[in-house]
Design a protein around this ligand. Structure first.
Ligand code: DP6
Length: 327
């Protein structure tokens, strides 16, 4: 039996300047560039075994076999990797998510990056990270950024080759932390893929969103390179507010916010006015993520602990890029 194994660990990320909308949904080419922070606490471990004995792809998530119908994006990544290496067999994928449900964070970014990484390391002899970012992108847009640690820029590009992420600074070059306020642990009602598609096709504000985000990219890059926390926070908060404004202006309108989301936004503003610098960002769900510098983590956490339960507050620091082993 001819088997090839590969293993990868990839961390999830939070976008500081958001990706929200595609110009090509088969290739997952985004309408705008985006910039993210890779997080240390949350990651996915994936092992891929290719074998000429298998008759179909099998996917186990946290030791449970997943229905083949749900595997469209996984198959897309596997097919792309196989065609690059001229391999014809099938694969068994065993994936374990270390993204605590309590954190309310999406795992598709770390999951698809780890899948692409494990598949490439099983079949290839060396790994080109830029190319890995392209392959991860075919599984989920945000996964293209999870290949790298620290702060990462996803170039939107115009075809498969030109759309990939790269690191701006590494995890030890940036003082930026994230405290998640978990408002709702359940899966989001409108998944990002659908939410962004509906917004892009119906919101009259959408073209302005794309333009404003692309304009903010060079400003964010220089803020990151100068470790300018104030500028990073202001740009990130504005990006989140704009993204959520596009959902409210879509037709029919919708929002990811829960009442407690607004409450947490107001608390972030209040804390900032009292002299402790922090900013919020929010993805396609009700949970609020608070950005702060290391010197303020304890104070920020203590402040929010008087409004939310301890287990609703999860701290994360900058995380590293993808790691592999091959055997
Ligand atoms: C709000 O990467 O989950 O988190 O490419 O359709 O899989 P697909 O979408 P996904 O969308 C992420 C949206 C976001 C913003 C971001 O991470 O940039």
């Amino acid at each position: 039996m001819n088997e090839k194994h590969g293993f990868a660990r990839a961390h999830t990320n939070i976008a500081l300047l958001k990706y929200w909308g595609k110009i090509n949904s088969d290739l997952i080419l985004p309408a705008n560039d985006s910039i993210s922070l890779t997080l240390d606490k949350f990651y996915t471990d994936t092992e891929v075994t290719f074998s000429d004995e298998y008759t179909s792809n099998l996917f186990y998530l946290n030791h449970q076999l997943i229905d083949v119908k749900k595997m469209q994006r996984i198959n897309r990544v596997l097919e792309a990797v196989k065609s690059e290496f001229g391999y014809q067999g099938f694969a068994k994928i065993e994936s374990e998510n270390h993204v605590p449900t309590a954190a309310g964070l999406a795992s598709s970014a770390s999951g698809m990056a780890a899948l692409a990484g494990a598949a490439v390391s099983a079949l290839g002899s060396h790994t080109d990270l830029t190319n890995l970012s392209r392959l991860a992108r075919l599984g989920s847009g945000s996964a293209s950024r999870s290949v790298f640690g620290g702060i990462v820029h996803w170039h939107r590009g115009y075809d498969h080759q030109s759309s990939f992420a790269e690191q701006i600074v590494s995890e030890d070059q940036i003082d930026l932390n994230m405290i998640t306020i978990v408002i709702d642990r359940r899966q989001k009602k409108v998944k990002s893929t659908l939410g962004m598609q509906h917004t892009a096709s119906t919101s009259p504000f959408y073209p302005a969103w794309v333009e404003a985000t692309n304009q903010a990219i060079p400003e964010m890059i220089s803020a990151v390179q100068n470790n300018d926390f104030t500028k990073i926070g202001e740009l990130a908060e504005h990006s989140a507010a704009m993204m959520h404004a596009t959902t409210l202006s879509s037709k029919p309108a919708f929002t990811y916010f829960a009442p407690e989301t607004i409450q947490a936004i107001k608390l972030v503003e209040q804390l900032r006015e009292s002299g402790i610098e922090c900013y919020y960002t929010i993805d396609a769900g009700p949970n609020v993520k608070v950005l702060c510098q290391s010197k303020n983590i304890t104070r920020v956490k203590r402040f929010f602990a008087s409004y939310f339960d301890q287990d609703q507050l999860v701290v994360a620091k900058p995380g590293s890029g993808i790691k592999f082993t091959k055997n």
